[in-house]
Design a protein around this ligand. Structure first.
Ligand code: HGY
Ligand code: MN
Ligand code: MN
Length: 417
C-alpha cells in the first residue's frame, strides 16, 4: 500500500482518537466508565466506523462492540484484534482506544485493496477493562471468554447501583450475559495493539515491542470500622480511629511490596467516613492493587498484607473486612503468535524487542478462550493513566504497518504464513 495511504489511515486514527476523547464525563479530563452515556456515545462512533469499513457490527450481551470482516467466504474462523473503550478517571486518550481504532484502520486498508483473507477478522471494543466504576475488571472480555462470574452482577458503584441495574438502565439484560460467550474453535487467536504504559521502548529508542506475558494481579476492597466520635472530647488513648488504622495499612502495603523484587502494590482509592473535619473517622474504605510477574510472589505479598492489616486492627480495636474484587494469574502470550508478531516487526525492518507487561489487559481474560499476544507502542515517558499520556503520529503509522502486516500474513496455528 502506498506510504501516503498509511499516512492517511494514521491521521484518521489520530482524528478518531481525538473524537473519542470527547465522549467523557467532563470536558478537560477524560473519564468514560462502563455502562455510562459516554460509553454509549463512544460505542456509537466506533460502530459507525466499523460499518463504514465494511464490517457487520453488533453489540454483545454485555455491551462490547464487535465488527466482523468476512474472509474469502462467510463464516470462516476469525482472528480477533481489539482492546477496551473504557478508561480510568482523568485518563489518557490512547490506553485501550488505540487498539480498537487501529484495528478498524487495518480493515479499511484491506477493504481499500479488496483483500479477503482465508479467515475472518473481528475487531472488538471491550466495554469494561479498567474496572473504574465497579472495581472488578475485565468484565467485557470475561463475558466473551465465558468466564464472567454471576456474582459480579451485584458489585456496586459509588452511588450503590449494581452492575445488573446499570445493565438494565443501559438496555442490556443481565440474565443474557452468557450469550456473549464465544466458542473456542471458531476463534484463531486474539492480538491486542496497546501503548506500552511503561518507559522501556522509549529508553531503547524503539517504536514497538512484542509482549511475552501479562503480570498477574489481585485487587482488594478493604473496609476498616472503628468508632466515630467528637474530635474535641475523645482522648487519644480512647479512640478507635478507622482512618489512622487505614493509614498504617497503606504504609504496610508500601513496605511489604517494596521488600519483594518485582512486586508492586498500590492503594489507589481511599475514603474516610463520615468525612467531617471535627469527627473521628468511624470508617475507612480503600482499594489495594498488588501485581507481580510470578504468581507465587503476588499471592505471598497479598497474604502478608492481609495478615499485617489484621494485626494492625486487632491492636487498635478496629474491625476489618477484606473482599477480593479481582484476581488473575500471570498470562503467558502464545509463542506462535509472538513469532508472527516478531516477523511482522522484522518485515518492517524494525528491531524485534520482547518485553513483559506490568499493566493488565483484556488478554488476561481472553486467554481462557484462545491464544493471545500483544504488540506494544512506545508512549512518551511511559506515562499512562494520565492526561499527559501521548504517542506520535509517526509511531502510530509504524504500529499500523506492523499490525496490518501481521494480519495479512497471519495464518492459523500450524499453517505457514
Ligand atoms: O490496571 C491496569 O493495569 C490496566 O490499565 N487496566
Ligand atoms: Mn489502563
Ligand atoms: Mn489498557
Amino acid at each position: 500500500m502506498p506510504s501516503a495511504d498509511y499516512r492517511l489511515l494514521s491521521e484518521r486514527i489520530w482524528d478518531r482518537i481525538e473524537a473519542l476523547a470527547h465522549c467523557s464525563e467532563g470536558e478537560g479530563a477524560l473519564t468514560r466508565v462502563f455502562l455510562s452515556k459516554e460509553q454509549r456515545a463512544a460505542t456509537d462512533l466506533v460502530a459507525g466506523w466499523m460499518a463504514s469499513a465494511g464490517m457487520a457490527v453488533h453489540i454483545d450481551a454485555i455491551g462490547n462492540v464487535i465488527g466482523r470482516y468476512e474472509g474469502t467466504r462467510p463464516g470462516l474462523p476469525c482472528a480477533m484484534v481489539g482492546s477496551h473503550l473504557d478508561t480510568v478517571r482523568n485518563a489518557g486518550k490512547y490506553d485501550g482506544i488505540l487498539g480498537v481504532v487501529a484495528g478498524i484502520a487495518c480493515i479499511e486498508a484491506l477493504q481499500a485493496k479488496a483483500i479477503r483473507l482465508p479467515f475472518a477478522i473481528e475487531v472488538i471494543g471491550f466495554a469494561d477493562e479498567e474496572g473504574t466504576r465497579f472495581q472488578s475488571t475485565l468484565l467485557g472480555s470475561r463475558a466473551v471468554a465465558g468466564t464472567f462470574e454471576a456474582r459480579r452482577l451485584q458489585a456496586k458503584d459509588e452511588t450503590e447501583i449494581t452492575v445488573a441495574e446499570a445493565m438494565r438502565a443501559y438496555g442490556l439484560d443481565p440474565s443474557r450475559i452468557s450469550e456473549a460467550a464465544r466458542r473456542r474453535d471458531p476463534v484463531l487467536g486474539y492480538v491486542e495493539f496497546h501503548i506500552e504504559q511503561g518507559p522501556v521502548l522509549e529508553a531503547e529508542n524503539l517504536p514497538v515491542g512484542v509482549v511475552t506475558a501479562i503480570n498477574g494481579a489481585t485487587r482488594l476492597s478493604v473496609r476498616i470500622t472503628g468508632m466515630a466520635g467528637h474530635a474535641g472530647t475523645v482522648p487519644m488513648r480512647l479512640r478507635k480511629d478507622a482512618l489512622a488504622g487505614a493509614a498504617e495499612a497503606v504504609l504496610a502495603v508500601e513496605r511489604i511490596c517494596s521488600e519483594r523484587p518485582e512486586v508492586v502494590g498500590t492503594v489507589g482509592k481511599l475514603a474516610s467516613l463520615p468525612g467531617a473535619v471535627n469527627v473521628i473517622p468511624g470508617e475507612a474504605v480503600f482499594t489495594i492493587d498488588i501485581r507481580a510477574p510470578i504468581d507465587a510472589d503476588r499471592t505471598a505479598a497479598v497474604e502478608a498484607v492481609r495478615d499485617t492489616m489484621e494485626s494492625i486492627c486487632t491492636r487498635r480495636g478496629l474491625r476489618i473486612a477484606v473482599e477480593t474484587t479481582f484476581e488473575a494469574g500471570s498470562t503467558a502470550c502464545a509463542p506462535w503468535l509472538m513469532d508472527r508478531l516478531d516477523a511482522a516487526v522484522a518485515g518492517e525492518k524494525l528491531t524485534v524487542r520482547r518485553l513483559p507487561s506490568g499493566a493488565g489487559h483484556d488478554g488476561m481474560a481472553m486467554a481462557a478462550l484462545t491464544d493471545v499476544a500483544m504488540l506494544f507502542l512506545r508512549c512518551a515517558g511511559g506515562i499512562n493513566h494520565s492526561p499527559a499520556e501521548s504517542v506520535t503520529l509517526n509511531d502510530i503509522e509504524t504500529g499500523l504497518r506492523v499490525l496490518l502486516r501481521f494480519i495479512e500474513q497471519f495464518r492459523p496455528r500450524g499453517q505457514a504464513s
